[in-house]
Design a protein around this ligand. Structure first.
Ligand code: ADP
Ligand code: ASP
Ligand code: MG
Length: 438
């Protein structure tokens, strides 16, 4: 059994839903995970925002516009009146849920509103596959996806709930479910954060020990640089899980960062494939180094980084200094990404600056603190094991004309990171591609 996940653009119109149905209908008894149609989650966020601010008219108007869009897509998807009516009923039920929050006071409605995007896309696909004569079962992700009190997915729960569900339908040709949505530890409707459908696919894959997890999107695999900023990027054939994790965490949007771990731990290969070009080879991510060419594979960039320099008279010889610094970040639940040390100070970066003000107040009790905002981490990923001479020099050469605030190398065998100002990001990405891949 495989898990096949289709992202927002892959199901972004009636025509694309038809294309995906063709791709999945004869591929065996797999589990298909769908995102909301592209743009829908953003619109649902907007609706929830209007409601939170008490602008009921704004919310209602946005719901009406979204509903009109779906009416058009439904009319295009179904030629058969009977199936059109069944799909319309299912979609209308989702809109009724959204509308109910424009009538009653808005309390914890947001997550329920956000969940309707995936509910709608799966309802449409479910009816469409049935109209083609496919024996498909629609599974409600809220019945087997759950996060714990720390918002971490509970994989054992998913395993225990999902396996019996699958066994209940021995004749099913295909299973369909929603990405992104889950319940939380209070049994409320919740989600796995934006882009979280990739994580749903990976968790389901791990729960059923799938043969493979396929992430179908709008590009032919992980490219060697961010195609939104660099022309002429090329897909990477193979990545090790560790390399993929670095790229995903440091900004390669194609993959949700948390989705690598469940697949890696359960040794399930992940393939990144293109719905617009299903024959393209894509990228395979696994635990295997054998077929991987040595060298630098790809570059990614992570935005909205803040750098904090913490200086003290004598740092390294004063043992306990780093402990004191890290303890403060831990107390305020703020993860650190990059670190650089010297005798007189330490620099760290964070991407979550929610508690930074308090952290800085604490640090100032024993050190001088300076903060640089609007920074970007540029992450160069590949086989950077330290005996491979020259790779880091090449990366450094590419950064020759760009002011670099921090460098991190040697933390793993896969990554060298540079911290630069956001204004230099596009120049840095292009220069790295030119030096490393051309
Ligand atoms: P989906 O909606 O299918 O989940 P996403 O928009 O989340 O798709 O991810 C696909 C997008 O990721 C691509 O369209 C591309 O613009 C962007 N992207 C960023 N970095 C990379 C990269 N290194 N390789 C491929 N795509 C990337
Ligand atoms: N629909 C959600 C989002 O737009 C989840 C996903 O697409 O992965 O973030
Ligand atoms: Mg995505």
């Amino acid at each position: 059994m495989k898990v096949l996940k289709f992202g927002g653009t892959s199901v972004g119109s009636a025509q694309r839903i038809k294309n995906v149905a063709e791709l999945i209908r004869n591929r065996g008894r797999n589990i298909v995970v769908l995102s909301a149609m592209s743009g829908t989650t953003n619109t649902l966020v907007e609706i929830a925002d209007y409601l939170r601010r008490g602008n009921i008219d704004g919310a209602k108007e946005t719901v009406n516009n979204l509903e009109k869009k779906y009416a058009r897509e439904l009319a295009e998807l179904f030629a058969d009146e009977q199936w059109l009516s069944a799909a319309r009923d299912a979609v209308n039920a989702c809109f009724a849920v959204i509308r109910s929050f424009t009538e009653t006071p808005f309390a914890t409605a947001e997550k329920t509103i956000l969940a309707q995007g995936e509910k709608i896309s799966t309802a449409m696909m479910y009816c469409y596959l049935q109209s083609l004569g496919v024996n498909v079962i629609l599974l409600d992700a809220l019945e087997f996806m759950r996060t714990d009190a720390n918002s971490e997915p509970e994989i054992t729960y998913t395993r225990n709930r999902l396996r019996p569900l699958l066994q209940r339908y021995p004749d099913a040709q295909l299973f369909l479910t929603q990405g992104y949505i889950c319940r939380n530890s209070n049994s409320g409707v919740d989600n796995l954060q934006r882009g979280g459908s990739d994580l749903t696919a990976s968790l389901i894959g791990a729960a059923i020990q799938a043969e493979e997890i396929e992430i179908w999107t709008d590009i032919d695999g992980m490219h060697n640089n961010d195609p939104r900023y660099v022309d002429g990027t090329a897909p990477v054939d193979h990545l090790h899980f560790e390399e993929a994790a670095e790229l995903a965490y440091f900004g390669a949007k194609i993959l949700h960062p948390a989705c690598v771990l469940p697949a890696k731990l359960n040794n399930i290969p992940v393939r990144l494939l293109n719905t617009m070009d299903p024959q393209a080879k894509g990228t395979t991510i696994d635990n295997n180094f054998v077929h991987h060419p040595r060298g630098i594979k790809a570059i990614a960039a992570k935005d909205n980084i803040t750098a904090v320099r913490i200086k003290s008279g004598r740092m390294l010889l004063a043992y306990g200094f780093l402990h004191k610094v890290f303890e403060i970040f831990e107390t305020y639940r703020t993860p650190i990404d990059m670190i650089a040390t010297s005798e007189v100070g330490v620099s760290v970066t964070v991407d979550n600056d929610q508690n930074l003000h308090t952290i800085i107040d604490e640090l100032k009790k024993f050190a001088t603190v300076t903060v640089d905002r609007d920074m970007v981490i540029i992450c160069v990923v590949g086989d950077l094991e330290w005996h491979n001479c020259g790779l880091e020099t090449k990366a450094l050469e590419a950064m020759g004309e760009i002011p670099v605030r921090m460098i991190s190398y040697g933390g793993s065998d896969y990554n060298i990171s540079f911290l630069i100002h956001k204004n230099d990001k596009v120049k840095a990405l292009n220069s790295l591609s030119k030096h490393l891949f051309k």
